[in-house]
Design a protein around this ligand. Structure first.
Ligand SMILES: *Cc1c(COP(=O)(O)O)cnc(C)c1O
Length: 404
């Protein structure tokens, strides 16, 4: 292993992260370059963020044009790019109202507060319970991390916000038993992302829709990771054919520029009356201009078609690597959000795969200790995908103990 370029240089950080030993200084499409000028293929897209790859010309143009006009106004003033982005999100989805923020956590925070306020205004103060899934991830504010399904993430930060219960993903009976007259919302990711890239069943999502209808609870889909073309449709709910009341988007929406959005209907969204919620940066002109350009690109049929083709190529490639090396179980996921579980002999070694990838020139992600996560740019080509898979095979072969 080469020496860590960050050694001694991150002492001024709180130690929340343990960055990998590489300094990436530039990127183009699905290729990144490190400080030594070495090129690596990127199957991470900045955790499903840079969905059009690095330095996409349309995003470069949108950002620099807006940078030459005005950067920031605050929400004391409305701005054209945000107004147009909101209209476009409504045109492309079930939504009739949009609230802009700067991250996934904030988009979910707004969704949960909206659900609380809607229930409060329509049904009274006793309807406040939120039903969420074990192993879910919704962000790191205290409310969203408590809604998330990993209790360790909120340990030591108490007291936790009250009124959140967790159920096992894909267990329809448990969900039906958990939702009742006190439930204001059910929140879930259509594909559990950080929780190992596990798609929920369409039947489960339909059951969630029904049980929410029966009890006047809002169905919130956290599409922060699954949205904006990632799973092969603009939003995953459109593939599943189950429409939520509230949908959150972030990550890929800005193609690398921070933005979050909470989408809902007019009837629900209008409870967030003037002064009830807000954000200084939310809907700023730079983020909104870039996101508009992202939407224009990801709704092109050729791009959606590429997602399907590269999905098939990666699933087949992983199956081949699995057969030859015994390191991987079959890939799961949707579109270009894929989880590759490690076989029992390699359990706990996802970070080793990431480190080995650096050595051979491919960036991959983990989702927990036992799953390698792949979330390449939606624009990745067939040749780049083939080369990245070859490098991934070389990486896992270097782990030691590999079958052949
Ligand atoms: C990444 C993620 C979040 C949190 O987004 P941040 O921008 O880090 O706040 C929330 N939900 C899901 C499903 C995510 O993948």
């Amino acid at each position: 292993m080469a020496t860590d370029p960050w050694s001694g240089r991150l002492d001024s950080f709180v130690p929340t992260y343990r960055p990998l030993p590489i300094e990436i200084v530039s990127g183009q499409g699905s290729v990144v370059t490190d400080a030594d000028g070495r090129e690596l293929l990127d199957l991470t897209a900045g955790i499903a963020v840079s969905s059009l790859g690095h330095r996409h010309p349309a995003l470069m143009a949108a950002l620099s044009e807006q940078a030459n006009r005005i950067w920031h106004l605050s929400n004391v003033y409305a701005n054209g790019p945000a107004a147009e982005l909101a209209d476009e999100l409504c045109r492309l989805t079930f939504a009739e109202r949009v609230y802009f923020s700067n991250s996934g956590a904030e988009a979910n925070e707004a969704a949960l507060k909206l659900a609380r306020r809607y229930a409060h205004d329509r049904h009274g103060a006793d309807k406040f319970e939120i039903v969420a899934l074990h192993r879910a991830f919704h962000g790191r504010t205290l409310f969203t991390v408590t809604a998330g399904g990993k209790r360790e993430y909120s340990d030591g930060f108490g007291p936790r916000p009250e009124g959140i219960v967790h159920v096992e993903p894909d267990d329809i009976d448990e969900l039906r038993a958990a939702v009742g007259s006190r439930t204001c919302a059910v929140i879930m990711e259509p594909v559990l992302g950080e929780g190992g890239v596990v798609p929920l069943g369409a039947e489960y999502l339909r059951a969630a829709r029904e049980v929410c209808n029966a009890h006047g609870a809002l169905l919130i889909f956290d599409e922060v990771q699954t949205g904006v073309g990632r799973t092969g449709s603009l939003f995953a709910y459109q593939s599943f054919g189950v429409t939520p009341d509230v949908l959150t988007s972030a990550k890929g929406l800005g193609g690398g520029f921070p933005i979050g959005a909470t989408l809902t209907t007019g009837e629900i969204g209008d409870v967030l009356a003037r002064g009830t919620h807000g954000s200084t940066f939310g809907g700023n002109p730079l983020a909104s201009s870039v996101a508009r350009a992202v939407l224009a690109e990801v709704t092109r049929p050729e791009l959606i078609d590429n997602v399907a083709k590269r999905h098939d190529q990666i699933v087949a490639g992983i199956a081949d690597i699995a057969e030859r090396t015994g390191v991987f179980a079959p890939a799961r996921g949707m579109g270009l959000l894929l989880g590759v579980p490690l076989t029992p002999a390699y359990e706990g070694r996802s970070r080793d795969v990431l480190l080995a990838g650096l050595e051979v020139g491919v960036l991959v992600l983990a989702a927990g200790l036992d799953v390698v996560r792949l979330a390449p740019a939606l624009t990745i080509t067939e040749a780049e995908t083939a080369e990245a898979l070859a490098r991934l095979e070389a990486a896992v072969r270097s782990l030691g103990g590999v079958g052949t």
